[in-house]
Design a protein around this ligand. Structure first.
Ligand code: CP
Ligand code: NVA
Length: 307
């Protein structure tokens, strides 16, 4: 059956947990494990309308390690939704490739691609969410703390696509998730309410950064202005400076708290170099785990597709 990963809400709790277990197994096995040819003969179209380092390289390497091949497509190749309709592109690509991966601005465009393709579609980031990132992040937390639901996670900063994916995850799998942000940089409040209403996780929104990080074992942040909204940088820097992750705010969290950032970072703004490069930072494990988590996503979607 064709399934997509456009949002973490697309998958059940069990499917997300299975994906995390498979990701850990793939990491332990390394690139020459028993899955190394599972995607032999499969081709993937990777469409990027925004820049990327981690996502592009980890998907290309992951597909290659599983025996498949990938092609990198940008607006210089074809302008999705401009030269022809998104639906036509989806239908044509579905005749050539075994999966379509998209990084774009509009989440609705990614959904349209999913609705019109007959092969699996993976969201590699939209303005609304970044599901692959959060699966790698959860995997990284599981490597550091035995009990995910007993590990308070505090996200400090802009209420952006990363927060939305955390909220989607929280609506499926039990976590303890606090957002510390300004009232002018809030995430989608309907999604906050949805993830609270589901009753799966403890979800809080707190304006005071010191109160937000209290008891947190994970301190997470991301850039204050995402791709496509860099004109908001100056305003955001004024609003969000109190939410910067620095040694002072770290001293207010649980002892030994770990530092996470999806990267790329704007050092000296949402996080200081001292903390980002410090002994409590796990950002490079987090970046590495993109590879393992995405290999698991590819395998799960391919297995469903063939069954
Ligand atoms: N974290 C992340 O998605 O990084 P890139 O934008 O470099 O892919
Ligand atoms: N919120 C950031 C994440 C980058 C991986 C952005 O969308 O630019």
């Amino acid at each position: 059956m064709k399934r997509d990963l456009l949002s973490l809400q697309d998958w059940t709790q069990q499917e997300l947990l299975d994906c995390l277990s498979l990701a850990a197994e793939l990491k332990a096995l390394g690139p020459i494990g028993p899955y190394r040819n599972e995607l032999a003969g499969r081709s993937y179209a990777l469409i990027f309308q925004k820049n990327s380092l981690r996502t592009r390289v980890s998907f290309e390497v992951g597909i290659s390690e599983l025996g498949g091949s990938s092609m990198y497509l940008t607006d210089q190749d074809f302008k999705l939704g401009e030269r022809e309709s998104v639906a036509d592109t989806a239908k044509v690509l579905s005749r050539y490739v075994d999966g379509i991966l998209i990084r774009t601005y509009s989440h609705n465009l990614a959904k349209e691609l999913g609705e019109n393709s007959s092969v699996p579609v993976i969201n590699m980031l939209t303005d609304f969410c970044h599901p692959c990132q959060i699966l790698a992040d959860v995997m990284t937390i599981q490597e550091n703390f035995k009990d995910l639901s007993a590990t308070p996670i505090c996200y400090l900063g802009d209420g952006n696509n990363i927060v939305h994916s955390w909220l989607n995850f929280a609506s499926r799998v039990p976590i303890n998730f606090t957002i510390g942000t300004n009232e002018r940089t809030l995430p989608d409040l309907e999604l906050v309410e949805y993830s609270k209403r589901k009753g799966v996780s403890e979800v809080k929104l707190i304006y005071d950064p010191v109160e937000a990080v209290q008891d947190a074992k994970i301190l997470y942040t991301d850039v204050w202005s995402s791709m496509g909204e860099k004109e908001k940088t100056n305003e955001r820097r004024q609003l969000l400076m109190p939410y910067q992750i620095n040694s002072h705010i770290l001293s207010k969290a649980a002892p030994g708290a770990k530092i996470m950032h999806c990267l790329p970072a704007e050092r000296g703004w949402e996080i200081t170099s001292e903390v980002l490069d410090g002994p409590q930072s796990i950002v490079l494990d987090q970046a590495e785990n993109r590879l393992h988590a995405q290999k698991a996503i590819l395998l799960m979607l391919d297995r469903w597709f063939r069954s």
